[in-house]
Write a protein that binds this ligand. Sequence first.
Ligand code: SF4
Length: 285
Amino acid sequence: MNKDRLIFSGPSRAGWHRLDTFLRCPRRYAMNQSHQSDMGEALVRGILVHQGLAHYYALQKDPTAELYDPRRAMHEVAYWMNEEKPNDLWQKWADHLETMPDQYALKWAGQENSWEIVGVEEEMGVRIQDPAYDTSYIYTQRADLVIRHKHTGLYHIVDHKTAGYAPPQVHRRYSMSGQFVGYSWLGKLKWGKEFGGVILNVIQVPTLHKDPTYIFARPALEPTPRAVQDFKNTILHAERGIAKLRLDVGHESTDAANWPAVYGEGPPCLGPYAPCPFREHCRGS
Ligand code: SF4
């Protein structure tokens, strides 16, 4: 494998997921920082689909780029990840997703001429000053795809979402998620009135045991102006909370188990896809 021919950017440096976890359960946040969790099926599937689509769009942006084609890119990453942390899901999912790039291209071939591709796997970020505590925090998110619509001239952030089943109203679930409010906030900061919003790029992928027939959809998310306006305060609230607990409880791996727990009836202790990986720790024996 030639790693120079792979785009493998990983998560952004200081994104929403970390803060979201803290706001849901401080202990889970601290435990995440100090324990490596196993990669489940949804994560493996999501990483490989993102890999394939990153190559698909990077090669559209620059057809001369020396990159693996989308299918090969998924296989190479599966091989590499399996070497790092053996898990037979990598190979199984790389095989299962073989036809995804061609089916995706077929579905959207007619529409993508209306876009100019601006960026692929682009990290966006901002430094937030916190005068109350005389400090600052960095906040970043990685945009799967940034496009500019040729007709309207507006910039859009496109987020690839994989799901085993995506109901028709899936976009309503995501529009108030911090990840997407964060995209809108960063988009407004970067492009102002030329920012047109966030588009969800849904890739419904059947499970490993079913025939790989896909459903693709691209709903635009509803605007959330109030949430976007508030978002900086949400980040400050979470960062201050983390800083305070680090002082109060400590931040060594041995301290993580003592961060305050939120014993939820459903999430965050259970679901939506799997129980919290630290459930047995919190339950005790
Ligand atoms: S099991 Fe519940 S309380 Fe314990 S870390 Fe997980 S989310 Fe928090």
